[in-house]
Write a protein that binds this ligand. Structure first.
Ligand code: NAD
Length: 297
């Protein structure tokens, strides 16, 4: 049993924290949304009225927040988490943020003698609920090993990618590929339908063919093909289009800084950003299929 503080109980954080409660840990939670906190107290967690209060006495603090500025706000500053912690607490940020922001928070943590790991995840809400996430960690080996048993209770794989920020580099590369894959899969399914081939039939064909990919296996973007996918549930997230646009923005920043050619990633960023700007930011990112159709959602 580990005393864990969990901050950020959204689409991902809520099921992750629930799995920690179910694994027998003592979990104290905080979120700006009282509704999100109530869901976790019903699941058996204790509630705190601030991030710092949740972290008091915790062996591990886990954060799962939307973007870099939320993470910096929660950790840094006079009233941030780091001002209240010392080396007895390990801080693990599972949010997807820019590698340089993760390194900046890690440096602040070092100045407070707080071990810090960036540990963004892959696997989506389905993986968070099932406890089958993949954690991509950056930080000192000792800190990653200290986090591993708790991460194992929420996931199926824990990778130590390298030093601070390396987890976010790995995550950005993966999500750029995912963004491109979802658009390519949507294009193929749309084209099938326009030519008289049932998208459900094509999905089965492609799963056994060279076009097989994660979107086809667990996250089909065509409504009605996969019962539990967001597409069959009015594109309720899941993973919001605005978060995919954010991740692709971070990936493009990385590409420019490293002089890497990523024309498909750049196009994907442009398409998700336009889709989000047209009022679809809070919908699941697989609704990009409807954007390609040019239709109303
Ligand atoms: P979300 O918007 O559903 O949840 C974020 C939660 O953080 C919300 O409940 C919000 O109230 C809370 N929050 C914001 N600021 C806070 C603060 N200062 N203090 C306490 N709580 C605060 O987002 P999500 O989908 O759960 O994603 C979280 C992170 O995980 C993002 O960085 C995202 O890119 C990444 N991610 C998401 C998925 C996915 O499928 N949804 C998959 C992998 C990674």
């Amino acid at each position: 049993m580990t005393r864990i503080a969990f901050i950020g109980l959204g689409n991902m954080g809520a099921p992750m924290a629930t799995n920690l409660v179910q694994a027998g840990h003592e979990v104290t939670v905080f979120d700006l949304s009282a509704e999100a906190v109530a869901t976790l107290t019903q699941a058996g967690a204790a509630a705190a009225d601030s991030a710092a209060a949740a972290a008091r006495g915790a062996e591990i603090v886990i954060t799962m927040l939307p973007a870099g500025h939320h993470v910096r706000q929660v950790y840094e500053g006079d009233d941030g988490l780091l001002a209240h912690l010392d080396s007895s607490t390990l801080a693990v940020d599972c949010s997807t943020i820019a590698p340089e922001e993760a390194r900046a928070v890690a440096e602040q943590a070092r100045q407070h003698s707080v071990p810090f790991v960036d540990a963004p995840v892959s696997g989506g809400v389905g993986g968070a609920k099932a406890g089958t996430l993949t954690f991509i960690c950056g930080g000192e080996s000792e800190a990653v090993e200290r986090a591993r048993p708790v991460l194992d209770d929420m996931g199926k794989a824990v990778f130590h990618a390298g030093p601070g920020g390396a987890g976010q580099v790995g995550k950005m590369c993966n999500n750029m590929l995912l963004g491109v894959l979802m658009i390519g899969t949507s294009e193929a399914l749309n084209m099938a339908e326009a030519n008289g081939l049932d998208p459900a039939v094509l999905s089965e064909i492609m799963k056994e063919s060279s076009g097989n990919n994660w979107a086809l296996q667990v996250y089909n973007p065509y409504p009605g093909v996969m019962e539990k996918a967001p597409a069959s549930n009015g594109y309720q997230p899941g993973f919001m289009a605005e978060l995919m646009a954010k991740d692709l923005g971070l990936a493009m920043h990385m590409a420019v800084n490293s002089g890497t050619a990523t024309p498909m990633g750049a196009l994907a960023r442009s398409l998700y950003t336009t889709h989000a700007a047209q009022g679809n930011g809070k919908r699941d990112f697989s609704s990009i299929l409807q954007f390609l159709k040019g239709g109303e959602l």
